[in-house]
Design a protein around this ligand. Structure first.
Ligand SMILES: *Cc1c(COP(=O)(O)O)cnc(C)c1O
Length: 391
């Protein structure tokens, strides 16, 4: 089965060389030399001031909320991975959804202000599929209402906006280095901030509040990354330019060949993409389900990211419905994209989707408009012309 992604495994000999070093030193975790080296290299590669590695991307979000002292409620997006919302609820912060922008698929800044409640302490937004949020607009709103801004940057590794890392916007950005992500450490994550005092507080939170052997300063938890994970990250970082190039090549082919048939995510102006995912919005849910079935029959396993819309989560009810997010979540399918995806397989994905789209257009017209259908049957050349038009 061809899946939506395939975990990247770097050079095995290089990884084993790192493992040999771990066996030599016996240092497995707790701010080991490989974790320190990876932090240093990521800081330089991404162009950020402070990066603190964590053992996953969900706890990175939880620690971000704690470090900023968030309370009450936070305005957030209904169209993201469940962890963006569940981490808020888990930390006792009530998520309030602001619906998404129909073009960029990110939280719509125009909708944020109307959602702010007296107890709102933050905006928690996702750069969905690596597409930067309207960061300047969001910052203006945050300044006006004295709100903190946290970006869930789990998809945005390496993405730049306005000539610098997208992680330089907001008070904190969090990353996930889960095995399915573009850059990974098997399990892992990171917290980025330009504020040195905040970074120091985050380091304490990640390590039980332990300052040194005899001093514990405030409550903390265990969010430390281990040395084996850091070794994986160091190996993969060596190949990152090639990973990004290969993804861009596959992503741009999808754009060229599918752009005329389907709605694609509109890139945020002033930024480039990392092709961490390739989402496509089909005409409707029926077409999505049929296309998925066809692809499955061809040995291809696309994924519905993100479905269901987070405002429908049972543990948050009752909840104001978010119609744009609900509508989009019923239409989006993420297609296979990863280094080494065979071009032949990509052709099959593209052909299957286009075929299903033309077929379902014809079927729905036949179903809903018997007059058009009778007309088409009488004049077969018109059907061909219609297919050409939608192609
Ligand atoms: C993957 C992901 C997370 C969670 O990261 P983990 O490392 O799996 O805990 C959070 N938010 C988004 C948007 C994600 O895609």
């Amino acid at each position: 089965m061809i899946n939506v992604t395939k975990s990247y495994l770097g050079n095995k000999d290089k990884f084993i060389a790192y493992v040999d070093r771990i066996y030599d030193t016996g240092w497995l975790t707790n701010q080991g030399p490989l974790v320190m080296a990876l932090e240093q290299r990521l800081q330089e590669y991404l162009g950020v001031r402070n990066i603190i590695l964590t053992n996953n991307g969900t706890i990175a979000l939880q620690i971000a909320y704690r470090a900023l002292g968030l309370t009450g409620s936070a305005i957030t997006t209904p169209f993201s991975f469940v962890a963006t919302t569940s981490s808020l609820q888990w930390e006792g912060i009530r998520p309030i959804f602001a619906d998404i922008d129909e073009a960029t698929w990110n939280i719509d800044p125009e909708r944020i202000e109307a959602c702010i409640a007296p107890d709102t302490s933050a905006i928690v937004a996702t750069h969905v599929f690596g597409n930067p949020c309207a960061v300047e607009h969001i910052q203006r709103i945050a300044n006006r209402h004295n709100l903190k801004v946290v970006y869930d940057g789990a998809h945005a590794f390496g993405v730049r906006h306005g000539g610098q890392s997208v992680f330089n916007w907001g008070d904190i950005s969090t990353l996930s280095f889960h095995a399915t992500k573009l850059f990974h450490t098997i399990e892992g994550g990171a917290i980025v901030t330009n504020d040195d005092a905040l970074a120091a507080r985050i380091r304490l939170l990640c390590n039980f509040g332990i300052v040194d052997t005899d001093i514990i300063q405030g409550i903390g938890i265990n969010a430390k990354l281990n040395e084996f994970s850091a070794a994986m990250g160091l190996c993969i970082l060596d190949d990152i330019e090639d990973i990004l190039d290969q993804r861009a090549e596959i992503g741009q082919r999808y754009e060229r060949e599918l752009g005329g048939y389907f709605d694609l995510q509109a890139p945020q102006p002033g930024s480039q993409r990392n092709y961490s995912y390739f989402p496509v919005a089909l005409a409707n849910e029926l077409q999505l389900l049929r296309s998925r079935e066809q692809l499955n029959d061809n040995g291809i396993n696309p994924r519905r990211y993100f479905y269901p819309s987070l405002d429908t989560l049972e543990y948050l009810q009752p909840q104001a419905p978010q119609p744009r997010s609900r509508a989009l979540s019923r239409r989006v399918l993420c297609l296979p994209i990863y280094p080494g995806l065979p071009p032949k397989v990509q052709s099959r994905v593209i052909q299957t989707l286009i075929h299903e789209s033309i077929h379902s257009e014809q079927a729905s017209r036949a179903l809903f408009n018997p007059l058009v259908r009778a007309f088409d049957l009488a004049q077969p050349q018109l059907t061909v012309a219609t297919c050409k038009r939608i192609s």
